[in-house]
Design a protein around this ligand. Structure first.
Ligand code: GTP
Ligand code: MG
Length: 230
């Protein structure tokens, strides 16, 4: 009933924004006063390589992909301070959530953002040349301070990737959830319902799970292959 009317999007404050102490400024621009949107979830995340690669899987194989992964995992801006490598992740909720947030972020490329939309968040970003081992410029990295989901379906995928249902107040969960009733352990691309030496406990009885994730887990348990994006 209420699920249909919730419009949500994932926003990430990226490591360059944190490094340059722009978090407060960015959050002011995103405030309910300016955007009509409010928080449904917020967390500080140490971004694993696996999470980064899943989040940006559409860019795998592109020349800037390795530097994009290093950027979002914080390795670029905190090379010697691994404890500071993090992003701040938000679920924002409000009318036309994806479009509203994308508009205030501005174009992906900070140079274009400055030319075409001065004052947008990404107009404060930078472009960094990428060099090969010999010092030749082979591309560029766009340090653009903020991520916002591009479409409603991207928002759903990304919110479910970055947030567990329990991270979001029950009345603000936009997607259906279920309560898991089994133990699930994961090891070497296989699921088990009993503990195997070296396995990781994915789910325990009572855990609240996105319904689509539960369906996927059940299918994998029944023998469906674990899909990895190529
Ligand atoms: P995100 O909010 O970070 O997802 O940016 P976006 O949706 O505006 O752009 P997209 O998803 O296409 O790209 C993800 C990230 O990859 C961008 O934020 C950039 O850092 C980087 N990127 C995208 N396109 C290019 C490109 O053509 N060249 C370079 N060097 N980097 C790119
Ligand atoms: Mg994107």
């Amino acid at each position: 009933m209420f699920k249909e009317i919730l419009r949500q999007t994932l926003v990430l404050i990226k490591p360059d924004a944190l490094k340059n102490s722009l978090t407060g400024y960015v959050l002011s621009l995103l405030s309910e006063f300016h955007t009509g949107m409010c928080f449904a979830g917020a967390k500080i995340v140490h971004v694993s390589k696996m999470l980064a690669e899943e989040h940006y899987s559409e860019h795998k194989g592109k020349i800037f992909y390795p530097s994009l992964i290093d950027y979002i995992t914080g390795r670029i801006h905190y090379p010697d301070e691994p404890q500071k490598r993090r992003v701040i992740a938000f679920v924002y909720q409000g009318p036309d959530a994806t479009k509203t947030m994308r508009d205030i972020c501005g174009p992906t490329n900070p140079h274009i953002a400055r030319e075409t939309q001065p004052g947008c968040i990404r107009s404060l970003g930078t472009i960094v040349p990428l060099k090969d081992g010999n010092g030749n410029i082979i591309g560029e990295r766009m340090d653009n301070l903020i991520h916002a989901s591009a479409t409603d379906s991207d928002a759903e995928r990304e919110i479910k990737l970055w947030f567990k249902p329990a991270d979001i107040p029950p009345s603000m969960r936009a997607y259906p959830t279920v309560i898991n009733e089994e133990h699930y352990y994961f090891k070497s691309n296989r699921l088990y319902m009993t503990h195997e030496p070296g396995s990781v406990c994915l789910l325990a009885p009572g855990d609240i799970v996105w319904k689509t994730d539960m369906e996927t887990i059940r299918m994998i348990y029944q023998g469906a292959p674990v899909l990895t994006r190529s």
